[in-house]
Design a protein around this ligand. Structure first.
Ligand SMILES: NC(=O)c1ccc[n+]([C@@H]2O[C@H](COP(=O)([O-])OP(=O)(O)OC[C@H]3O[C@@H](n4cnc5c(N)ncnc54)[C@H](O)[C@@H]3O)[C@@H](O)[C@H]2O)c1
Length: 364
């Protein structure tokens, strides 16, 4: 049985962590949370993928060593990892967008599959490492468009290049674990974390629902919505980030039990259709400011995207003591407040730290 401690700040104080993708949306929140707990963090990623970016806005770099590099370059990545002498590795760097993967399938597979191979190969040569958490996604599953939630032992798949590349990253992780790390029964624990669609303050990615809505409502324009009926497992970004932290702790304490795949999704009732999210967020925005213009369906032809996807989180609840802390309503409220603070020119470094402390202190 895995030790059930959820996120334990005392565990992380002084731990050396190598975090890929630290300049991104989830990576910036992860880096800030690690910094708050006193971890010694080295990040490795390309420059921030958006402008503005949470990495810059929240001054993430100030509390860590930040290396700008490409995980497709095996030698550079290996040298950075060895140089950091990490005890724990969290791999988040990826090309994370479905639509961008249709435009650049080769780049997406190169980053998401071979980047993961390069990382795991670098870990083989790094004796300091004891725990590795590979971040994939709910989209790694073969999607049958059914109403039931997916369990960790279901088949990998993926219709589009992004989803498929993450299914491949899962297979790569399992192969490396079996071939080079005694199946997890040795001294290095290796696991993957599969989360749903994350939402939160500081996401400016193109073609993502929340950033699209906030861009439009801030300007008083109607939001163009591609798939209003698509249902997704929405969760605040700190939910899976906390899940990866709990998982790394479990890998450290009991690699044999924790070295497997884990789902980190929301509660069942927080898998909602896109139109519900848009309506709720617009209503929250309108409460304290000028009225937004609502949404209209984008009638143009769209590439295929999964319509229904739900994660079964029984295993993480039972095995890691992890479970969602905030409801979807809490998450949407947090996003609106975060974005208003940003627009008002508040100190977003301090704001994010307060938000993390508020989240970490919430009862699961
Ligand atoms: N955002 C979501 O809803 C969501 C859901 C499930 C899983 N994920 C996964 O979480 C992780 C982080 O996603 P995000 O939303 O923060 O994305 P993001 O685009 O904000 O960040 C991606 C990070 O990866 C880095 N990166 C991209 N290509 C790279 C390369 N070739 N070499 C080095 N670094 C590179 C970027 O510089 C950035 O730091 C990804 O693995 C993604 O697949 C995201």
């Amino acid at each position: 049985m895995v030790t059930k401690r959820d996120v334990d700040p005392a565990f992380w104080a002084g731990k050396r962590v190598f975090l890929t993708g630290h300049t991104g949306f989830k990576g910036s929140w992860m880096a800030l949370w690690l910094q708050q707990m006193g971890a010694v963090v080295t990040g490795f990623a390309l420059a921030p993928p958006t402008s503005p970016a949470l990495f810059d806005v929240a001054k993430v770099e100030g509390g860590m060593t930040s290396i700008i590099g490409d995980i497709r370059d095996q030698g550079v990545l290996a040298a950075a990892l060895i140089g950091a002498d990490p005890e724990i590795v969290i791999h988040m760097a990826a090309q994370p967008l479905v639509r961008a993967s249709y435009d650049d399938p080769v780049g997406t597979f190169a980053t998401n599959v071979m980047g993961t191979v390069h990382l795991l190969d670098a870990v083989r040569a790094a004796p300091s490492v004891r725990a590795v958490c590979i971040v994939t996604t709910d989209k790694c599953y073969e999607n049958r468009e059914w109403v039931w939630a997916y369990r960790e032992d279901e088949a990998m798949g993926g219709h589009d290049p992004y989803s498929s590349s993450k299914g491949c990253a899962e297979l790569v992780t399992a192969a490396y674990r079996r071939s080079f790390f005694a199946g997890g029964a040795g001294t290095v624990g290796i696991a993957s974390g599969r989360a749903g669609n994350v939402i939160g303050g500081g996401d400016w990615a193109a073609d993502r629902l929340i950033p699209d809505i906030l861009r439009s409502v801030s300007k008083g324009e109607a939001v163009l919505i591609r798939n209003p009926l698509a249902t997704r497992p929405w969760q605040h970004v700190l939910e899976p980030v906390g899940g990866y932290l709990a998982l790394a702790q479990a890998l450290w304490n009991n690699p044999a039990a924790a070295s497997q795949a884990w789902n980190f999704g929301p509660r069942d009732e927080d898998a909602r259709p896109v139109h519900w999210i848009v309506d709720e967020l617009c209503a929250l925005w309108d409460k304290d400011g000028p009225r937004g213009a609502g949404w209209i369906k984008d009638g143009s032809e769209q590439p295929h995207e999964a319509r229904y996807l739900k994660l079964d989180i029984s295993k993480a609840r039972g095995g890691l003591g992890w479970q969602p802390r905030w409801t979807l309503a809490n998450a949407l409220d947090s996003i609106v407040r975060w974005h208003r603070a940003f627009l008002a020119g508040e100190d977003m470094h301090a704001y994010c730290h307060t938000e993390i402390a508020r989240f970490a202190g919430a009862a699961a």
